[in-house]
Design a protein around this ligand. Structure first.
Ligand SMILES: [Ca+2]
Ligand SMILES: [Ca+2]
Ligand SMILES: [Ca+2]
Length: 234
């Protein structure tokens, strides 16, 4: 009897898991604006990406208009402020006692996902007018924050802000419990009046099969194939 090549089983399982998993996060490429995302502060869809800033809505920061939505950034280190809107504890966006979060903006989405190891990947470009303060962009998954871009990493001249990182890709592996709250944000550190911003696009989530689950699923597929062969040969 013919056997399904093991490599084909592996590809099929990986594909099934990836396609099931990716169906859970909605509008990760922002082709539908900010549909499915909850936005906090200054967030808007710009050129098919999400764009978040720490810029005041009245144009008073930077002595220019960097705000993109007309909504003011959320204050940090207060109840129902930027941290709690990001699923974090108050104070979690501070770098240290002398470098504290002041205000910023975020987008967030909660969805179900297969439990287990998961890979998050996305594209970003971080912009800043800062020369001194330590503004940064972050994502948060189920209450854990990761800073992925800082003023120090924005070393390229920018046509819109003073500096930018240029478009980069970030990858993070985390453990999903079945429900995932994913947040992206940008925050002013110390001073509030010199802005930073981040664009986010092409968010992808892929379940990483663990060896035991992988073997079980590969076995199920092989059994299914055997059953099919038997039915046909009757
Ligand atoms: Ca896009
Ligand atoms: Ca700032
Ligand atoms: Ca600001």
């Amino acid at each position: 009897m013919n056997r399904i090549p093991r490599s084909l089983c592996a590809v099929s399982v990986a594909f099934l898991l990836a396609s099931q998993a990716n169906a859970q996060l909605s509008n990760g490429d922002f082709s539908s604006g900010l549909t499915s995302w909850t936005s906090y502060g200054d967030a808007s869809a710009v050129s098919g990406s999400a764009f978040l800033t720490s810029a005041a809505s009245n144009g008073s920061d930077d002595a220019s208009a960097f705000n993109v939505s007309g909504s003011a950034p959320l204050e940090a280190n207060i109840a129902s402020g930027l941290e709690e809107s990001s699923g974090l504890e108050i104070g979690a966006l501070d770098i240290s006692t002398s470098a504290t979060a002041v205000e910023g903006s975020a987008i967030s989405q909660t969805f179900s996902f297969a439990s287990g190891l998961t890979q998050l990947s996305f594209n970003y470009n971080f912009f800043t007018n800062e020369g001194d303060n330590l503004d940064y962009a972050y994502f948060a998954i189920n209450g854990t924050k990761v800073s992925f871009a800082t003023v120090a990493s924005a070393t390229n001249a920018s046509s819109s802000y003073a500096y930018e990182t240029g478009v980069q890709n970030a990858v993070q592996v985390f453990t999903s419990s079945g429900t995932v709250t994913l947040t992206f944000g940008v925050v002013d550190i110390n001073g509030f009046d010199v802005s930073s911003a981040v664009s986010i696009d092409n968010i992808g989530l892929t379940a990483i099969p663990e060896p035991s689950a992988f073997a079980t699923l590969a076995g199920s597929l092989a059994l299914g194939f055997v059953a099919l062969r038997r039915r046909r040969s009757v």
